[in-house]
Design a protein around this ligand. Structure first.
Ligand code: ITT
Length: 200
């Protein structure tokens, strides 16, 4: 089927890419990804909020590629850690962006914090830009608690340690389609969908 136009999904995170492709598979737009462009300069993610960084990433890659570009900035806020790792989630344990090391650091930082004070949330902001301006943004929030022992094989990043108390499952135990229906990223993508359709 020939689709109307192309949209670059500008992420180097394979977990995000998989989820975004899944949610937008039925859109009447061809989804391109960064692999097509070889090695591009990285954006400077020095914003203080997810929205700032999502905007910066979308503008950066749209400027480099000339394509309409969707970028996601997301992360985990843990109340007992004063909202950390927040916008620093990918690099919590250092520049290597190693999910296993990030999770070890997270559990170490939480130490003896009791279960009832383990509340946390994932946040996601999606931005869509062309080379000149950001045309749309949307956000999603996903509440849960952090547990000490990982559970489940699906998802990526902090998912095995993020328990959804009402389901009794971690995000890594959810089927991918289930995560997409309820997650921060799934919500942000559903919220931006009508805005994207209006732009096409
Ligand atoms: P891009 O900037 O290339 O998109 P990134 O992984 O560096 O990839 P972010 O700066 O937005 O992206 O960091 C997001 C981090 O937050 C990600 O690496 C995970 O550690 C965490 N995270 C975000 N969404 C998540 C999810 O659905 N499940 C688990 N961890 C998530």
């Amino acid at each position: 089927m020939v689709k109307r136009g192309r949209l670059l999904i500008a992420t180097s995170n394979p977990g995000k890419l998989r989820e975004i492709r899944h949610v937008f598979a039925d859109l009447d737009v061809e989804l391109a990804d960064l692999k097509e462009f070889g090695k591009l300069p990285q954006p400077l993610e020095d914003g203080l909020t997810f929205e700032e960084n999502a905007r910066k990433k979308a503008l950066h890659y749209a400027g480099l590629t000339g394509l309409w570009t969707l970028a996601d900035d997301s992360g985990l806020e843990v109340d007992a850690l004063g909202g950390q790792p927040g916008v620093n989630s990918a690099r919590f344990a250092g520049p290597a962006q190693d999910a296993a090391a990030n999770n070890i650091k997270l559990i170490r930082c939480l130490g003896e914090v009791p279960p009832k004070r383990r509340s946390a949330r994932f946040r996601c902001v999606i931005a869509i830009a062309d080379g000149q301006r950001v045309s749309a943004t949307a956000a999603g929030v996903f509440e849960g608690v952090i547990i000490d022992e990982p559970r489940g094989q699906n998802g990526f990043g902090y998912d095995p340690y993020f328990l959804l108390p009402e389901l009794g499952q971690t995000v890594a135990e959810l089927e991918p389609a289930h995560k997409n229906r309820i997650s921060h990223r799934g919500q942000a993508l559903q919220n931006i969908r009508p805005k994207l359709e209006a732009l096409l």
